[in-house]
Design a binder for this molecule. Sequence first.
Ligand code: ACO
Length: 376
Amino acid sequence: MSEKYPFSKGLAGVPAAETVLSYIDGERGKLYYLGIPIEEWAESSTFEEVALALLLRRLPKREELKMFNAALRSARELPPEVVDFILDMPLDSHPMTVLRSVVSLLEAYDYDAKLDDLEAKFRISLRLIARFPTVVAYFDRARKGLELVPPDPTLGHAANFLYMLKGERPTDYEARVMDVALILHADHGMNASTFASMVVASTLSDMYSAITAGIGALKGPLHGGANERVLRMFREIDSPEKAEEYVLAKLARKERVMGFGHRVYKAYDPRARILKRYAEELTKRSEYYQIALKVEEVMIREKGQKGIFPNVDFYSGLVYNGLGIDTDLFTPIFAIARVAGWTAHVLEYLEDNRIFRPRAVYKGEIDKRYTPIDER
Ligand code: ACO
């Protein structure tokens, strides 16, 4: 079996699909959306424009972006039954659990989910992108016993999310930091959660099921769940003086240091580089930032030659922490951005769909006899 079907654990290096959406040059530490370097998107664009560009697979015209912005703003509110469902979730649920459950439920309230055409799936994509922030903010307010803050149609995507979360309008700087964070997380090639969404979509299941799978995959600590754990690690380390000893002890025990390493990048993740700048601006004087610098220094010294550098999750948590956001919302924020990539990849793949159906290398015996239960 294994000679006929070459096997690569974790599908490492195995191309699963063709795409024009994003490209990672792991050796040089470069990331491109639609061929344009991520630094340029972060400098000049907005999350809304990135999302539409990914969905259209090209830069949108001014009028298209205007219409998309308006449509996003008017799609932010949730059906009242779904709001009730959020209010009924156990208060100690992880916000990713809530997001995954609510996205699954939303299918039942969307007529487009019954349609098979790509236009309907595009409309669902837009609705999902518009509604993720509302789900996350509503649950966060509800669990804190605070009144829900309805979306404000005068605010852009990032600013409105911060507004719904905190109940007050963010400064332009805060809104821009969130916008850039969303831009940086919007897409990333054939990562585990994108692949999970595509596998489900390839069976011609519905868009909501596909995206629910993506959320489930992102939740794991080896993927999007790492950002939350990075901040927990900083808390555990407690002071910059203890950082070196902590990292060395972890490495000696052959444990992973969260926020480092990547399947594709063997150089510094360009997203981490951009987020580090914001982390510095927001948290320069905090202990956490000093701990982060020390952890990075020790990790690069110990593991840099093996191609292990900070990934996007290492500095994103510090940025969100600097914006006053709770730790368990970090991964949901990742999802708020990545839903653009998930939906775009699904739409792209469905244009020339083939069901994903890999093989397993069978390692067991064959032609064994069935032993009756009394004789085992
Ligand atoms: N800390 C310490 N050692 C590491 C780390 C790390 N964070 N990451 C990789 N290594 C080491 C492994 O121990 C292994 O060493 P070995 O060859 O001596 O056994 C080697 O580097 C290769 O690691 P793999 O696990 O084979 O790499 P893989 O490509 O399968 O995993 C992953 C990539 C999951 C990201 C891994 O680097 C990791 O666990 N990192 C920590 C979690 C994390 O930050 N995840 C977020 C990734 S970015 C994202 O999803 C948004």
